[in-house]
Write a protein that binds this ligand. Sequence first.
Ligand code: ADP
Ligand code: MG
Length: 331
Amino acid sequence: MYTKEEIKDHVEMLIDPSVNKSFKETGGVKFLDIDEEKMIVNIIIGLDKLEDDYKRAVTRSLAKLIKLDLGFTGIKADFELNKKSDSILAREVRYIGIASGKGGVGKSTVAANLAYALKTLGKKVGIIDADIYGSSIPTILDMEVTPPKGTGDEKIIPFVKDGIELISTEFFLAPDKPLMWRGPMLGKMLNHFFYDVVWNKDIEYILVDLPPGTGDVALDIQGLIPQCKMVIVTTPHVSASHVAVKAGFAAEQLKHEIIGVVENMSFLKHAGETIYVFGNGGGKIVADKLKTKVLSTIPIGQPKDHISIFAPDEEIGIEYLGLANKIIKEY
Ligand SMILES: Nc1ncnc2c1ncn2[C@@H]1O[C@H](COP(=O)(O)OP(=O)(O)O)[C@@H](O)[C@H]1O
Ligand SMILES: [Mg+2]
């Protein structure tokens, strides 16, 4: 018969589906005992997120391991939330990924304006600038780029602009950044954004500004926040819509629900006329191919009193409020 230690070694090789890491990495095996009379293994597993789907998946893989592979009669598994889950990941937050096929279509601008619109509608909002190597949200929000401040216990304090909390690589690349945040940290930046930032307890929505296209960050996001829903941004031009569709399919493959499409730079209003500067219909093409809908068409324009953020009483600001409203209704 297998000893407790041997069984634990086996269980620790299983994957915690809530974070896509082994239970050895997460320290998820909290308790393990054998009822030798009944040949039953009792086990308590710590998960980063206590969702029924995860519990079922782990129960299944435990049953296979303990009964089929190791030959016990039964397994009794209980679950608890991992203690280290003082992070945002353990909380009920609605994540909205802002994705696009290529850069320059206005993804970050849309993310930032959507954050303000959600805030105007009374939501508590945060932004994760996950475009690690092309981060731009601090610039869009007209913020001074200074290094982040830490807490006594090595957590990172998020930046706040107009009540919106924000974290971005741009801050970590500030010229006088502290030594601890150089080099190696960049590679694991995304994990730090989720595990180590002390986000406000009341945050309801976190917008995630994703890098253009499909890549490692998309996989990391899937592992960290599989429940993240996506908004796809495109311009009206067919070439942009073509790659936006690919980004949408990639998100679907990673099992993210797509809320809808935002067509940005849709048209220009000038002297009472509507001019389709970048062509027409790209948003609809993307929405049709992804079997979703166009949530909003944002015209070309500049805000009155800010470099990138439209006030709620400007025409484009009102369009963003409409977008935020639709999103709140669904999610
Ligand atoms: N609707 C718009 N009208 C005019 N300029 C826009 C609009 N949306 C974005 N821009 C501008 O286009 C550029 C690229 O936008 P950005 O949000 O950085 O794109 P991305 O994040 O997709 O690379 C920026 O200079 C931005 O100010
Ligand atoms: Mg961007």
